[in-house]
Design a protein around this ligand. Structure first.
Ligand code: DX5
Ligand code: ZN
Length: 230
């Protein structure tokens, strides 16, 4: 048994069987998932269309772990309110998709959720600098958002180290804790390097939902990810 105590695993249900979503989220919780990663796409900010607040509300009673809503929508504010009402616990959005980033972050917290910014592979880490005190989580995209099953972009490792340093400096100066999450192309081959570079929370979609056990559960692959992350 491998223990990676600080690592949070967030299976992305984008790669789950949508026809049996209640079962799928129960299975990942039983397999030790720390969060349900919930990808919201609007065919405007990204070239794909997925699931909305009604689906969040529908899965809420099936799990006790937090639901981590990743908004890939433009604009964001109306969706923040709807997802908070639908039972989301964490809400992250892309700064380019909000006219008023500081206000959107405050709105998430006022509605009782943890708030975060998501940076695309080519987005600058400077987006973080003036809102560090409003962040509970920073999500670095390691693929361009819009689709599951893409290849991890290696430059993310350097960016992770930079952001890890920013977070550590912030906390040393008395700031609040901030999680550092990575999303896209995470698998057993690269999760070790990703964690080494400073991530404490890893999203994985196709790597988990594409590797069901013989009984349909996900314990083996989740355990393999934790072992590889050590
Ligand atoms: C991509 C999504 C990801 C995606 C990850 O836009 O934000 O969460 O589901 O899927 P994998 O792990 O297959 O790259
Ligand atoms: Zn995502």
């Amino acid at each position: 048994m491998c223990i990676a105590p600080t690592l949070r695993l967030a299976p992305s249900i984008l790669s789950a069987d949508f026809a049996r979503l209640g079962d799928e989220v129960r299975l990942i919780e039983a397999a030790g998932a720390d969060l349900v990663h919930f990808d919201v796409m609007d065919n405007h900010y990204v070239p794909n269309l997925t699931i909305g607040p009604l689906v969040c509300q529908a899965i809420r009673p099936h799990v006790t772990i937090p639901i981590d809503v990743h908004l890939m929508v433009d604009p964001v504010d109306a969706m923040i309110a709807m997802f908070a009402k639908a039972g989301a616990n964490i809400i992250t959005f892309h700064p380019e998709a909000s006219r008023h980033v500081d206000r959107s972050l405050s709105m998430i917290r006022e509605l009782g959720c943890k708030a975060g910014l998501v940076l695309n592979p080519a987005s600058s880490v400077e987006w973080l600098d003036h809102v560090m005190d409003k962040l509970d989580i920073i999500l670095l995209m390691s693929v361009n958002p819009g689709f599951g099953g893409q290849k991890f972009i290696p430059h993310t490792l350097a960016k992770l180290r930079t952001v890890r340093q920013k977070i550590d400096t912030h906390q040393t100066a008395g700031g609040q804790p901030i999680w550092l999450e990575v999303d896209g192309g995470v698998n057993t081959d690269n999760i070790g390097q990703i964690v080494q570079a400073g991530a404490d929370t890893c999203v994985a979609g196709s790597a988990i939902f594409g590797s069901a056990d013989a009984n349909g559960g996900y314990r083996t692959v989740m355990q393999a990810l934790r072992c590889a992350a050590r």
